[in-house]
Design a protein around this ligand. Structure first.
Ligand SMILES: *[C@@H]1O[C@H](CO)[C@@H](O)[C@H](O)[C@H]1NC(C)=O
Ligand SMILES: *[C@@H]1O[C@H](CO)[C@@H](O)[C@H](O)[C@H]1NC(C)=O
Ligand SMILES: *[C@@H]1O[C@H](CO)[C@@H](O)[C@H](O)[C@H]1NC(C)=O
Ligand SMILES: *[C@@H]1O[C@H](CO)[C@@H](O)[C@H](O)[C@H]1NC(C)=O
Length: 495
């Protein structure tokens, strides 16, 4: 009898101990000692159409890793982009207050003074700086003044160059996808074999394409060399100013006013007032601007929903007639052959998402995208309103956007039936938005070291792995013993 008790109790006891051990092992060590201490960083992405605030966080002791920083929270500023306040700059600063006050709550109070705060402005401000440098300077200085009033470690408001915007978007995407270095299961850093992904960004006033290339870059303006985690990367990048969604729409309107009486990219049944000043005040439409147009005039345009005419109108945005290099995308801009996979975010994502989710159209090939854009352009205003009432303010422009995205990718960048499926259209990686903002913060806080990582930590995790194995073995052995005992006692009682 005593032997029986021993054979069942001992394995049970072992089993419980091993299980407790497993539980302890699965809790990260730092949790046992103390809760992780987070660091925070804030970036205001001052785009041409609106400003977004991103609050990032990361665990302090891991800051040199990759994929470590994640998005803690975000806030959309109400109203237009800061460049839209050219006539009353102080309101640009005022518009940011609501989000900044949210940041005061999102970041723990004792971290405020060590939390870096940046504002980066993109193509909207680049355009304003072209047309009215004084206005752009006073918008920036009013914003600067407001941001310095907050208890954060404010490090300046700047206008990014198109090149920075492209490269930082590429850094963000590859950092989040852990394509530079990755933390292995056994606790060591290694460099994944899969290589980097290219990045395509479609903003309000500009669009960027950036990818790693092994080819000769014939125009030095398009080449950026980066040193990240001990490896050098040769990256091609170009930013097309005026090829963002809103400026592209203005260029189309200018084309319509020149040559058509109705807008072929707007749906049948839709009409709207167009203020000539809104169309022609942008430097992007200066070539089409009539010399003596009436600044206060407005015209009423209605849609004719004509996919073919819309396609022609959009194709006039691209100039393929000259190339001073061995190969070009368009407008005499050098582009080496496309290579690798791509990720396309911002308005690329929103346009494709509309075609797929609202229109229920497949867009997995260039032919499907073309067909989908045509079908969308052929829909009436009534039908579109029925399909997506919540998007009323943008609905009329989706036909132009879809047609533009198709031509930009296929005729412009030369994606074909083989390379198009390598594009992933997504706006986030995990919970973090893809865009230049995270890369900007990583760069300015030196969180991506140029040199080789120190590959330590291995022994800790080897011990951990061995302990894990031992505990699992003990549990298995105990279970087998219990099972055998149960069987033998059953056969005994049967006898
Ligand atoms: C991160 O890297 C920088 C420069 O290589 C170094 O000074 C710093 O101590 C590192 N931080 C951590 C937490 O390892
Ligand atoms: C505005 O443009 C000029 C000329 O390109 C440039 O020197 C200046 O730095 C720009 N302003 C800002 C705030 O970036
Ligand atoms: C295309 O670009 C070339 C050279 O820059 C220019 O001469 C030509 O007029 C442009 N064509 C159109 C249609 O804009
Ligand atoms: C356009 O819509 C009309 C009716 O709304 C339909 O008859 C026609 O086939 C459509 N054309 C295309 C190309 O989808």
């Amino acid at each position: 009898m005593a032997r029986k008790v021993l054979t069942v109790l001992l394995p049970l006891l072992l089993c419980v101990i091993a299980f407790a051990g497993l539980l302890l092992l699965s809790i990260p060590i730092r949790n046992v000692r103390e809760p992780p201490s987070y660091k925070y960083g804030i970036v205001l992405d001052a785009g041409s159409s609106h400003t977004s605030m991103f609050v990032y966080k990361w665990i302090e002791e891991k800051e040199n890793g990759t994929g470590i920083v994640s998005q803690h929270s975000m806030c959309d500023v109400h109203g237009g982009g800061i460049s839209s306040y050219a006539e009353n700059p102080s309101e640009a600063a005022e518009s940011l207050v609501e989000c900044l006050n949210q940041a005061l709550k999102d970041v723990p109070k004792k971290r405020h003074p060590i939390t870096p705060l940046y504002l980066g402005a993109t193509a909207g401000m680049r355009l304003l700086n072209l047309t009215n440098p004084a206005a752009s300077a006073s918008v920036l200085s009013s914003v600067n003044e407001m941001l310095s009033k907050y208890p954060f470690d404010f490090r300046g408001a700047r206008i990014l160059s198109g090149q920075d915007e492209g490269v930082l978007g590429w850094v963000t995407a590859n950092y989040l996808l852990e394509n530079f270095i990755k933390y292995g299961w056994a606790g060591e850093w290694f460099r994944p074999k899969r290589g980097t992904v290219g990045a395509m960004d479609l903003g309000g006033a500009s669009t960027q394409i950036t990818f790693e290339t092994a080819s000769q870059t014939e125009d030095p303006a398009n080449e950026v060399r980066l040193q990240l985690y001990g490896k050098s990367y040769r990256v091609y990048t170009h930013s097309f100013l005026c090829y963002g969604r809103d400026q592209m729409l203005k260029k189309l309107l200018a084309g319509v006013l020149q040559r058509h009486s109705t807008h072929p990219c707007w749906p049948v049944g839709y009409s709207a007032k167009v203020f000539l000043k809104d169309v022609y005040s942008s430097p992007c439409t200066s070539a089409q601007r009539p010399p003596d147009y009436d600044v206060s005039a407005e015209v009423t345009l209605s849609g004719s929903g004509n996919p073919i005419l819309c396609q022609q109108l959009v194709s006039d945005l691209f100039n393929f007639s000259s190339c001073s290099f061995s190969q070009c995308s368009f407008n005499d801009v050098f582009q080496p052959p496309l290579s690798g996979n791509f990720i396309a975010f911002s308005a690329f994502y929103y346009t494709m998402d509309f075609l797929q989710k609202v229109m229920k159209l497949p867009v997995t090939s260039t032919a499907e995208l073309r067909t989908a854009a045509k079908a969308l352009c052929n829909e009436s205003w009534e039908k579109l309103l029925e399909l997506a009432p919540s998007q009323k303010s943008r609905l009329a422009d989706y036909c132009a956007s879809a047609t533009f995205v198709h031509q930009l990718l296929v005729q412009g960048y030369r994606f074909d039936e083989h390379t198009f499926p390598r594009i992933a259209f997504q706006k986030k990686a995990g919970d973090t938005s893809i865009g230049w903002a995270l890369g900007y913060m990583l760069n300015l806080t030196n969180m991506i070291p140029a040199g080789q990582m120190h590959f330590h930590k291995g022994t800790d995790h080897a011990t951990w792995a061995v302990l894990l194995l031992i505990f699992i073995m003990i549990i298995l052995i105990s279970l087998v013993m219990i099972f055998c005992f149960a069987r033998s006692s059953k056969t005994q009682s049967a006898i």
